[in-house]
Ligand binder design. Structure first.
Ligand SMILES: Cc1cc2nc3c(=O)[nH]c(=O)nc-3n(C[C@H](O)[C@H](O)[C@H](O)COP(=O)(O)OP(=O)(O)OC[C@H]3O[C@@H](n4cnc5c(N)ncnc54)[C@H](O)[C@@H]3O)c2cc1C
Length: 408
C-alpha cells in the first residue's frame, strides 16, 4: 500500500517512520525547508507515547531520544504558586513516572532521520481530492499532485486536509495566547534558583495571567545515561517558560513584538497585574532570541465531535483532528499514539474502510482525553479573568499559601 502524508511535524514524521518500518511505501511532505526551524516549548512524552515510539522508530532512534530527554522521575514534584510567588501546593510525586521531556527540535530531528529519504521538505500542500479514477491525491502549490491508496493529513491545527474532510475548521482559538522562552538556570540569582528548584511550576494570578516554568535538564537528568547518543539542543539545566494571557487587544499587540521588545512588554504586563518582581526574573534573564508567541487552538472536548466525517481513503491525525493547547503536555504524545494506532489498524484490518473506521473511533477518544486535560487548565486560568474570579484569586491565594506553609 502507498500512503502519502501531508505534514512532517511530530505526528506525520512518527507515521512516516512507522510505515517505513512496517514495510509500507510512504512519502511525507512538509512546507518547512528545515526541520530544526521549529519553535515551542519542550515536548512531554508519557509512557504510552514512549511505547508507541518503540513500535514506530528503530531501537537506536529511541535510545538517542531517551539519551536526549530529561526524566521526570529525577525532578521534584511540580509546584503551584500565586502571582506573589507564594507556594499553594504540589503536584503528585514523580518518582514512579516514566515520562520524559524532550526538546521539540530534537524530537522532530530524530523522527526526520528515521523517515530518511521519504521526507520531502519545501512542499506546500494546497488541497486534496480524488482524480478521475477515484484515487485520492494531494495537490501542491507548484501544480504537482501525489496519488496514493491512502492520504493522511498530519498538517497540524490549521490543517487543509481535515478542513476538507470536516467541511470547515476543526478547532477554534482557546482564548489564551502563550509566549515561550528559555532561561539557563545558571543565569538566575542564587535565591531565585533555589526558589524555583529542579521542578516545573505553574503560577496563576488575577486577570487570566499565568506563568508556566518547565524544568529541563537532559544532561543531569538524562532518561538514559548514554552521553555519546545525546542529541539535545538543551545542554544544561534550563527553564522553558510559557507566559499566558487571555486573548484581548492588549495580548494581540504583544504578538506583533519580537525578541527583547516582546520580553520587556511581557514583564510590563505582569507588573501591571501585580506580580512580584522576583517571580519575573526567569523572564527578565531569558535568551531574548528564544521568546516567541503561540496562539492556543482547541478542538471540541467531546469525542463524538472529533473527526466528524465518514471513514474513507482520506483521513487525518494529531492536531489536525484534535488540536490541543500545550497546557497538559499531551498534544504531541496523542499525535504519536495516533500514528502507531493507524499502522496497527492498517496491518490488522481486512479492508481499508474497516481500518480507518477503527482508527478514527479510537482517535476520537484519545483526542478527547488530551483535550479535556488541557482545557481544564485553560478554563482555570480564564476563570481568574472575571470580576468574581479576580476577587476570589486575591482572597483565596494568601489563605491557601498560609495553609501550605502550616502543612510544611
Ligand atoms: C511551532 C509549534 C510549537 C509547538 N510547541 C509545543 C510545545 O512546545 N509543547 C507542546 O506540548 N506542544 C507544542 N505544540 C503543539 C504540539 O507540537 C502538537 O500538539 C503536536 O506537535 C501535534 O503534532 P502534529 O503532527 O499533529 O502537528 P505539528 O507538529 O504541528 O505538525 C504539523 C506539520 O504540518 C506542516 N504543515 C502544515 N500545513 C501544511 C501544508 N499546507 N503543507 C505542508 N505542510 C504543512 C507544518 O509545517 C508542520 O510541520 C507546538 C506546535 C507548533 C506548530
Amino acid at each position: 500500500m502507498r500512503i502519502v502524508v501531508a505534514g512532517g511535524g511530530i505526528g506525520g514524521l512518527a507515521l512516516g517512520a512507522g510505515l517505513r518500518r512496517s514495510g509500507h511505501r510512504v512519502a511525507v511532505f512538509d512546507r518547512d525547508t528545515d526541520v530544526t526551524a521549529t519553535g515551542g516549548y519542550h515536548i512531554t512524552l508519557d509512557d504510552r507515547a514512549l511505547r508507541a515510539l518503540a513500535d514506530l522508530v528503530p531501537q537506536h532512534t529511541l535510545r538517542r531520544l531517551l539519551a536526549s530527554g530529561s526524566a521526570l522521575r529525577l525532578r521534584e514534584p511540580d509546584a503551584f504558586r500565586d502571582h506573589r510567588g507564594r507556594l499553594l501546593g504540589h503536584g503528585p510525586d514523580l518518582a514512579g513516572s516514566a515520562s520524559v521531556d524532550v526538546d521539540r527540535v530534537t524530537l522532530r530531528t530524530l523522527l526526520a532521520d528515521a523517515v530518511g529519504p521519504d521526507l520531502h521538505l519545501g512542499r506546500h500542500v494546497t488541497g486534496v481530492d480524488h482524480d478521475r479514477a477515484g484515487t485520492p491525491r494531494l495537490l501542491f502549490t507548484d501544480g504537482a499532485t501525489e496519488s496514493a491508496d491512502l492520504v493522511v493529513g498530519a498538517d497540524g491545527a490549521h490543517s487543509t486536509i481535515a478542513r476538507h474532510l470536516a467541511g470547515g475548521p476543526t478547532n477554534h482559538p482557546a482564548g489564551i495566547t502563550g509566549f515561550s522562552g528559555r532561561t539557563h538556570r545558571a543565569d538566575l540569582t542564587p535565591t531565585e534558583r533555589h526558589r524555583l528548584g529542579p521542578r516545573s511550576a505553574l503560577a496563576v494570578g488575577p486577570r487570566g495571567a499565568a506563568l508556566y516554568t518547565g524544568f529541563l535538564d537532559p544532561v543531569g537528568n538524562a532518561a538514559l545515561d548514554a552521553p555519546d547518543l545525546r542529541a539535545s539542543t538543551t545542554t544544561g539545566p534550563t527553564y522553558i517558560w510559557g507566559a499566558m494571557f487571555p486573548d484581548t487587544p492588549a495580548t494581540a499587540a504583544l504578538r506583533k513584538l519580537r525578541g527583547p521588545a516582546l520580553r520587556d512588554a511581557l514583564l510590563e504586563r505582569y507588573r501591571h497585574h501585580g506580580w512580584a518582581e522576583h517571580t519575573l526574573e526567569v523572564i527578565a534573564r531569558a535568551d531574548p532570541t528564544s521568546v516567541a508567541a503561540f496562539r492556543f487552538n482547541a478542538a471540541p472536548t467531546r469525542a463524538t465531535d472529533l473527526a466528524p466525517w465518514q471513514a474513507g481513503d482520506i483521513t487525518a491525525l494529531g492536531d489536525a483532528v484534535h488540536a490541543t493547547p500545550p497546557t497538559a503536555g499531551m498534544g504531541a504524545g496523542a499525535a504519536i499514539r495516533d500514528a502507531a494506532d493507524l499502522i496497527t489498524h492498517l496491518d490488522r484490518a481486512t479492508t481499508l474502510t474497516e481500518a480507518i473506521t477503527g482508527f478514527e473511533a479510537a482517535m476520537r477518544h484519545r483526542g478527547a482525553e488530551a483535550l479535556t486535560a488541557a482545557m481544564r487548565v485553560v478554563r482555570l486560568i480564564l476563570a481568574t479573568n472575571t470580576p468574581l474570579g479576580a476577587a476570589a484569586t486575591h482572597l483565596a491565594t494568601p489563605l491557601l499559601a498560609a495553609a501550605t506553609r502550616l502543612r510544611r
